[in-house]
Design a protein around this ligand. Structure first.
Ligand code: NDP
Length: 605
């Protein structure tokens, strides 16, 4: 038993930490699979219709481009929007955004399923709130409002002036003679850019379970990120009125399914929810924005609030919790626990032990909530998650659990095994076939696969070396953003060697400020090349490897999911981790680096 459990009796705690540890191990072991990421099939070839864009009003017809721009930004989600906004603020001209969708919005363009909403508070999730003056209507903003806000940002920063929608990059290639990137697309474009910033999105490629028979199903199917309203009727607000005579199955019970299941339950004649692992579903606590509070915020409030949230959700300490919601609650519990002790053990081990207890406490509440809200005791038991809260994306919803009280909804608990097969008529789980009119795949997105595969194109640097080749033994970058041999190329996102935060736009904002600073520095100094030195890259790789050890045990103990490389954290390259001391420390490194003023570690010529 760890120190803390000796001092805190199970009777006082209301649970037995040792028993919970054993239960967590047992549940994890049920789910470990040899295939890891290979259990999923890539959405291409016969499956490529799963990524067709169902939201387009018309297909753009345009002539290919062979011109040159200053900065090509790949992706029109928050990363591309932020890069565009920060570069524009820095006075950089000649930006062009390339986006495969029909408009700006990124993940919020694609994920329009009924109930889509952000479950991170809008006041920290939405970027550029002070710059745009936008007031989110609610604490937890709906997807359609985020999509509209994305477009507002694009208008304000004039990003519609040069954007190629419905265009997919097919190749990026560094040309030594022109000292430019040659960018080819599926529209026949072959234009050049001095700089490229790639923000392809962390969850942009839908994945399907690689189960036998998946291509034999004769009914209707789609992935949640390409919702087929033509088939279901209704809108993102629900009202799926065409499903009244349909038996529907949804595979997956992650953050997406949690939001759309209540609407499917309301619309369908019958809904089967096929569950492999239950999500943790906490109270949502949504409320409209208090206008006087919002408008009364002091300048600088937005960054302060984002930082405050980020510190707390990455296990750091601040006096005041500004956001005070389910995300930050574990840390509040931890602080209360520490305060209740006469001589708290504040060593890293002591804090880790307390953190585990605070986590048990939180998850006990989550499990009690399932029991309280779901009438059938067996169903309630199946819906209880047995793992630490941040092993999987925590969810916050008030209608998901009660949906299982409806007569027309059945939870099929596959006890960690997942669905076995798909037949012409439906889904086989626990040895039983369920005939379905429609299968909805709520099976998420590729995360642990090769970076270039997830981008959807290859990037070739100096001497024709591809990024895949360069990263074949693990990523090699400075700050996750620059890599030697790929001059003037900025990798955005938290793919590797960067600062991971659940509040993804926060990381994108820090990176965008950084890129704008570097480009401005080069443009003002009349420089044409900026590239990570081999030494700086090697030093950063070392730093990542050294600090990555911090999370090894936590990840190994977790139930499989994309946070721990599908239960195989040991199989990933350790250097593909993000910065082990957390994103706040990482953002500080970027700020201090900029303050040095002479781009240390970058070779500028
Ligand atoms: P996830 O990857 O979180 O979930 C996929 C689901 O599919 C899991 O429940 C998984 O089970 C299940 N699954 C996979 N294979 C099988 C199988 N063979 N049989 C049965 N079930 C299977 O994808 P989501 O789309 O739900 O969410 C992706 C991410 O998007 C979230 O983690 C979050 O970051 C983001 N998101 C954010 C929202 C927000 O509010 N900001 C809202 C929605 C999503 P298992 O758990 O066992 O692997």
């Amino acid at each position: 038993m760890s120190e803390i459990s000796k001092t805190l009796d199970p009777v006082d705690l209301g649970f037995d930490p040792e028993a919970l540890r054993a239960k967590y191990r047992e549940e994890r072991d049920k789910r470990l699979r040899d295939e890891g990421n290979d259990q999923y099939v890539e959405v291409k070839g016969d499956f490529s219709h799963y990524v067709d864009d169902p939201y387009l009003d018309e297909k753009i017809d345009r002539a290919p481009l062979f011109d040159e721009v200053n900065v090509a930004i790949i992706g029109g989600g928050f990363g591309g929007l932020l890069a565009g906004a920060r570069l524009t603020e820095a006075g950089i001209k000649g930006l062009r955004i390339v986006e495969k969708a029909g408009d700006f919005g990124g993940t919020w363009y694609w994920n329009r399923y009924p109930g889509a909403a952000c479950d991170i508070e809008a006041y920290v999730y939405l970027p550029l709130l002070e710059e745009t003056g936008y007031m989110p209507p609610r604490k937890f903003i709906e997807g359609k409002d985020i999509l509209a806000y994305s477009q507002q940002i694009a208008r304000q920063f004039h990003l519609y002036d040069d954007v190629l929608f419905q265009t997919e990059i097919t190749e990026l290639r560094w040309e030594e003679e022109s000292q430019r990137w040659l960018i080819k697309t599926n529209r026949g474009d072959a234009f050049r850019a001095k700089y490229v910033a790639m923000s392809n999105g962390p969850l942009n490629r839908p994945k399907l379970p690689g189960i036998p028979g998946i291509d034999s199903y004769k009914g209707h199917t789609f992935h949640t990120s390409r919702w087929d309203y033509g088939y279901t009727g209704g809108s993102a607000d629900g009202g799926l009125d065409k499903l009244g005579d349909k038996v529907v199955g949804i595979i997956g019970t992650g953050a997406t399914a949690v939001q759309c299941v209540p609407h499917l339950a309301e619309g369908a004649k019958h809904l089967y929810v096929f569950q492999r692992t239950p999500s943790s579903i906490d109270v949502r606590g949504d409320k409209p924005t208090d206008e006087s509070w919002y408008k009364g915020q002091e300048p600088g409030w937005h960054q302060k609030r984002m930082d405050n949230f980020n510190i707390l959700v990455t296990g750091g300490y601040v006096e005041e919790d500004l956001v005070k919601d389910g995300w930050t609650e574990i840390i509040r519990n931890l602080i209360n626990m520490t305060r209740s002790e006469d001589e708290p053990d504040l060593s890293p081990e002591g804090l880790a032990a307390k953190m585990e207890l605070a986590d048990f406490q939180k998850m006990e509440q989550i499990r009690a909530r399932a029991e309280e809200l779901v009438n059938d005791p067996l169903t309630a038991e199946s819906l209880k998650p047995y793992y630490r809260q941040f092993c999987k994306r925590p969810c916050f919803h008030d209608d998901y659990l009660p949906a299982f009280n409806r007569e027309n909804v059945t939870l099929i608990d596959t006890e960690g095994k997942g669905v076995e097969r798909i037949t012409e008529k439906g889904v086989v789980a626990n040895g039983q076939e369920f005939e379905l009119d429609c299968i909805v795949f709520g099976t998420g997105f590729e995360v642990g696969t090769n970076y270039s595969r997830r981008c959807g194109y290859e990037t070739y640097g100096r001497e024709g070396i591809s990024l895949t080749e360069k990263f074949k033994d693990g990523a090699r970058t400075l700050h996750g953003m620059h890599t030697n041999g790929f001059p003037n190329c900025f990798i955005m996102g938290t793919n590797f060697q960067s600062g991971f935060t659940a509040n993804y736009p926060h990381a994108l904002n820090e990176q965008s400020l950084h890129i704008a600073y570097i480009v401005k520095h080069c443009e003002e100094g009349n420089k044409s090349i900026v590239e990570a030195s081999r030494e700086a890259e090697a030093a950063w790789v070392d730093e990542i490897i050294t600090t990555a050890r911090n999370r090894d045990k936590f990840l190994a103990d977790c139930t499989p999911g994309y946070y721990n490389n599908e239960g195989k954290p040991q199989d990933r390259f350790r250097q593909n981790d993000n910065y082990g001391l957390g994103s706040e420390a990482f953002f500080k490194i970027l700020r201090e680096w900029r303050a040095e003023g002479d781009l240390p570690g970058l070779e500028v010529s």
